[in-house]
Design a protein around this ligand. Structure first.
Ligand code: HT7
Ligand code: ZN
Length: 844
């Protein structure tokens, strides 16, 4: 496969002045007629006229009305063109129903829909399918479907046709078309300049009652973007469509967002609090792309973080404003450490702005998205809120309507603040997670902190230069009073000392407050200091993290030496849990422990070979000891977690239920599932029903409940995804592979549906001890299914290869089995480019 390099960027030789498309819909033989006006681009080097095109049957082509015969390959066509402007016309035939890859135009449950990011438009018609080619689009859809939608504003509608015009120039990846027998949940919004916008959420008949929450989330997002970023919506209509078969979460097509139904549909009976929060965040994310991604787009796919990092940052700000900021920050860090850190510290490590790729779909990663957002958070901290707002205004003013680069982005910050950001730019170019170690000294009233930074080599980057690391720190005196409020240190050398004067006694440092940089902080401060911070820190993040580190250290001890749990940790935590002034959601987070995969990484970093069974056992023992120690605390917390009144997915109620779920999981260890059974019987919302079911599964008391759940929800695909996944996720290690195998034989295991496939295989691969069972059965089962899915859906298959990215952590036997499975996948006939690239990178 060919490798594409950032350094090879050249502009396209022509501008596209306008695009007219006509679709004559038919399941296996849709005709697409295109009329595209090209004009030479004087800023581009001379080049052959090439249009991307894949899986297309070319019926006819014309230039300025005269038939032409282009040279056609699997990737596109070349043809001789006039030296000036010209009109290109083509008619192609495509097969939406046969399109199982879910890229381009495809069918899901009888409905036509599209997914064009990143390179799907070339499966619809011949076109310069690259994000720096922007044009206005006019689209005519012909077909019997009741609803026919495309981007922009509706222009005409009649018997068997609909026409749409999008006045905003856009790249082809933002093109969308939807047609089907859909129903809408309507809404309306008046923008800050008084323009009325029609809003719709389109769904399959039967799903109308699951749209109200999404509609409110959309309106809140529109309002928030006006208030916080000054960004107003720019079309007469905004449509969202729910689709059952979708490779990712959702897609920000101009004026016509297409959503995985799991990311837009929500009701109390069928969705958990976490689902509601996710729906709200994803609707916001896609809406925010209207400015950060659509009005200002990416010059090339290497710049993906320009839109994704910024939009994730914006949606996190939104969620923090709508809900609890501390809880959101901690959840984001858990996610970052759980998904991005392993990526950044393993064979798939790549810079936030990658420098090469074979298949761009493989770079929609936690690094580009979540680390990309962290980089923006650091920039904001460094320049301050006011300068950030000024830089963003400049960004929108200067670059509206353009396809931009990270250089453009950093330049607005340099121009707005006068800062030199050349060293900061390393966050975009250097892969890997910096490790920061700390030492301290105290003499004559001066307290000194010395930091060292190191980033280990990553693929293709043996040498690392120091990065600018914003370190938010505070100091507490031995009584627990804050003597230095949060202060930002700019740590930008390999080693650097910061002095603080005027202390009578050595203070206790609270470091990396708010998780001010995506680094690993190596500080062996001792448990006493962590316990002190757990009790006294004023920063909600570092206080939580102190508890997390105590949990980690006691678990590591238990795993390595068979020690019993550290009672100082359990008692310190109990004091926090008893503090009723603290948000229940925050206390629920406090009750959590590092994931078993994270513990495996910690052990590997310290030179040990992680044993998944020993890790599982230690986590079990710790939970059991907590449960037994807290027999009087648990009922008290359970009472606090009680919610009265009508269900609402708001932060206040969700917080209580989160605490209740944490309590129930300990309670189940004491009563064998009696409380869970009672909760299952009376649950009138999915959050309670699912947490009860999860505990019954864990307690091995699940047969009747699983059957009842299946009987109740058999007709609801999204709820059944939960049923499939939870049986694997919540069970004990020895049952993981047999259950997964059994579930793949279930008649409702529709493996071509990405949600269902992910529900089952995703649950297996994230059950640490189950997936890594010593006999290799988990590895073999996953490989079997990845080999099968690759012929149908390479994009989803490639993403799931990530399960193997941490393989070098484990013992020789497991490594050998994983290597064999990866080689088996790699030697599959007709392996996709997506999977080939992923497996080759993982094998190294
Ligand atoms: N910009 C989108 C990324 C995307 C995608 C979405 C759905 C299916 C396939 C996709 N390929 C790329 C989603 C986002 O980040 O907002
Ligand atoms: Zn996005």
């Amino acid at each position: 496969p060919q490798t594409i390099y950032l350094k090879d960027y050249t502009p396209f030789g022509w501008h596209v002045e306008s695009v007219h498309l006509t679709f004559r819909l038919a399941p296996h033989s849709t005709r697409v007629l295109s009329k595209i006006r090209f004009a030479p681009n004087p800023d581009a080097p001379a080049q052959t006229f090439f249009l991307h095109g894949e899986m297309l049957k070319l019926i006819a082509a014309k230039i300025d009305g005269a038939p032409v015969t282009p040279d056609v390959t699997d990737e596109g066509l070349t043809v001789a063109v006039p030296s000036g402007a010209f009109l290109w016309e083509a008619e192609v035939e495509i097969d939406p129903k046969g399109n199982t890859a879910l890229e381009g135009l495809y069918m899901s449950n009888g409905m036509y829909c599209t997914q064009c990011e990143a390179e799907g438009f070339r499966k619809i018609t011949y076109y310069p399918d690259r994000p720096d080619v922007m044009s206005t689009f006019t689209v005519r859809i012909e077909g019997d479907e009741k609803v026919k939608l495309s981007n922009g504003n509706p222009q005409a509608e009649g018997d068997g046709f609909a026409e749409w015009h999008d006045p905003w120039p856009k790249p082809a990846y933002l093109f969308a078309l939807v047609a089907g027998d859909l129903v809408n949940h309507p809404g309306a919004f008046t923008t800050m300049s008084g323009k009325d916008v029609e809003l719709n959420i389109w769904v399959r008949p039967g799903d109308e009652d699951k749209c109200a929450f999404g509609m409110e989330a959309l309106k809140k997002s529109m309002k928030w973007d006006e208030e916080v970023y000054g960004r107003e919506y720019d079309l007469d209509i905004f449509n969202i469509v729910a689709v059952d078969d979708f490779n990712m979460g959702a897609m920000e097509n101009k004026g016509l967002n297409v959503f995985n139904s799991s990311c837009v549909l929500a009701s109390p009976e069928t969705s958990t609090d976490a689902n509601f929060e996710r729906v709200e965040a994803i609707i916001a994310h896609e809406y925010f792309h209207n400015w950060t991604g659509n009005r200002i787009t990416c010059r090339d796919w290497f710049q993906l973080c320009l839109k994704e990092g910024l939009t994730v940052f914006r949606d996190s700000q939104f969620t923090s404003d709508m809900r609890s900021a501390p809880v959101k920050r901690i959840s984001d860090v858990i996610d970052l450490r759980g998904r991005q850190f392993p990526e950044d510290q393993g064979p798939l490590s790549h810079p936030v702005r990658p420098e090469s790729f074979q298949e761009i779909n493989n770079f929609y990663t936690a690094t580009v998205y979540e680390k990309g957002a962290e980089v923006i958070g650091m920039l904001k901290r460094l320049v301050g809120d006011e300068a950030y707002a000024k830089a963003l205004d400049l960004y929108f003013d200067r670059h509206d309507g353009q396809a931009c680069t990270i250089e453009d982005w950093l330049k607005v910050f340099e121009d707005a603040t006068g800062r030199d950001l050349s060293q900061f730019k390393r966050w975009y170019s250097q892969a890997g997670t910096p490790r920061v170690s700390v030492s301290e000294s105290f003499a004559d009233g001066t307290y000194s902190l010395t930091f060292r930074q190191e980033t280990t080599p990553t693929p293709g980057q043996p040498e690392k230069a120091p990065q600018v690391i914003p370190l938010a720190v505070g100091l507490l005196n031995p009584n627990g009073d804050e003597v230095l409020p949060t202060t930002l240190l700019e740590f930008n050398q390999s080693e650097q000392t910061f002095n603080f004067n005027g202390f009578a006694a050595k203070p206790v440092p609270s470091l990396l407050r708010g998780f001010s940089a995506p680094v690993v902080l190596d500080r062996d401060a001792g448990r006493e200091e962590q316990a002190f911070l757990l009790a006294h820190d004023t920063d909600t993040f570092t206080r939580w993290d102190a508890g997390r580190q105590l949990a980690r250290e006691t678990l590591v001890d238990m795993i390595l030496t068979g020690a019993t749990p550290d009672m100082a940790y359990i008692d310190g935590l109990e004091a926090v849990l008893r503090d009723e002034t603290l948000d229940p959601a925050y206390r629920a987070l406090m009750m959590g422990t590092p994931s078993q995969s994270e513990l495996a990484q910690v052990l590997a970093d310290r030179g040990h070979v992680p044993d998944p069974d020993a890790i599982w056992q230690a986590a079990e023992t710790l939970a059991q000891v907590k449960a037994e120690r807290w027999t009087d605390l648990l009922p008290r917390l359970a009472a606090e977690a009680e919610v009265t009144g009508t269900y609402s997915p708001d932060a206040e109620q969700s917080a209580r239920r989160a605490l209740g779920a944490a309590v129930l999981s300990l309670q189940t260890r004491l009563d064998g599932g009696a409380a869970a059974e009672a909760q299952f019987a009376r649950a009138d919302n999915m959050t309670l029903q699912l947490s009860a079911l999860s505990n019954l599964i864990r307690a091995g008391r699940d047969e009747a409940a699983l059957k009842a759940f299946e009987d109740q929800w058999r007709g609801d695909r999204l709820v059944m995804d939960k049923w499939f996944g939870l049986q694997i996720a919540a069970t004990t290690p020895e049952k993981v592979v047999p259950r997964t195998e059994a579930l793949t034989a279930h008649p409702a295991f529709d493996w071509k549906n990405p949600n269902r496939f992910r529900a089952v295989m995703g649950a297996m691969m994230t059950h640490h001890a189950g997936f890594h069972s010593a006999d290799g059965a988990g590895y073999r089962l996953l490989a079997d299914w990845l080999i099968r899915l690759d012929d149908v859906n390479p994009q989803t298959t490639a993403r799931m290869c990530q399960a193997f990215q941490t393989w070098r952590r484990y013992d020789a036997g497991r490594q050998e089995t994983i290597r064999t499975e990866l080689e088996r996948i790699r030697s599959k006939q007709k392996l996709s480019r997506d999977v080939d690239e992923m497996v080759s990178r993982i094998l190294g």
